[in-house]
Write a protein that binds this ligand. Structure first.
Ligand code: DC
Length: 222
């Protein structure tokens, strides 16, 4: 029997990562945060000073990316190591997300990172979150979810998260960033953000995290 896979796609700030982590913990499955791969790749190109128009240099970096993850399923932490260095903190910044979103639109980059993502599909199962998990990377996954929420709600959640970390933010600016990222991730030619035809679409705008988890959990158990 092939490895069971649950894909969770959706725009930034919708809560995919948290839902993915909780379901992986419930099921005892592995976890793939594909955004972290794009973010680490963005850091690698940035630190090497590579011009993002230089596709062959990008392809080479993508193929040789020295990247490893340490998942702590019992906490919110996932440590990410790039070239042997813990980059977990810088990986999560808005600025890294911005570069990742730009670089992720390049076809050769996506192709070079494809197998690395598919290799996460090992027994007993996998929960994979991102933008194209159900449409491209794990097209044949038996369980697919697409999470969405209004941009305003996602900006509010982001502001709450920043405050919880002791930072401040300006809601109008966060909203503008959320909308710009949505536009870029959805309109690109290669693997744009969109629900898979066979995905369960959940609008989380009015739902609590527990309610979302209950719906996804139901799908996997059924
Ligand atoms: O999920 P995230 O915010 O960590 O992702 C950062 C960026 O990486 C996102 O704006 C677009 C890109 N990405 C992608 O193109 N495909 C994925 N499967 C995951 C992320």
């Amino acid at each position: 029997m092939s490895t069971p896979i649950l894909t969770i796609d959706g725009p930034s700030g919708v809560g995919k990562g948290t839902v993915a982590r909780v379901i992986a913990q419930q099921q005892g499955w592995h976890l793939l945060d594909s955004g972290a791969i794009y973010r680490a790749f963005a850091l690698a190109t940035d630190s090497r000073g590579v011009d993002i128009a230089d596709e062959s240099a990008l392809e080479e970096i993508a193929q040789n990316l020295d990247l490893s993850f340490k998942t702590h399923l019992d906490s919110e932490l996932v440590s990410v190591y790039l070239d042997g260095k813990d980059v977990s903190k810088i990986l999560r910044t808005e600025q890294t997300g911005e570069i990742a979103s730009k670089i992720a639109s390049i076809g050769v980059v996506r192709a070079a990172l494809l197998k690395r993502q598919q290799d996460f599909a090992v027994a007993p199962g996998l929960v994979a979150d991102g933008r194209d998990m159900g449409t491209v990377v794990f097209e044949n996954a038996p369980f697919k979810v697409y999470l969405t929420a209004s941009p305003q709600e996602r900006a509010n959640r982001r502001l709450k998260q920043l405050r919880a970390q002791g930072h401040e933010g300006i809601i109008s600016q966060i909203l503008a960033e959320v909308e710009a990222r949505d536009a870029r991730d959805s309109s690109r030619q290669h693997s744009p953000l969109k629900p898979a035809k066979d995905a369960l679409i959940i609008d989380t705008t009015e739902l609590s995290l527990d309610e979302v988890i209950a719906q996804v959990s139901e799908l996997v158990k059924a």
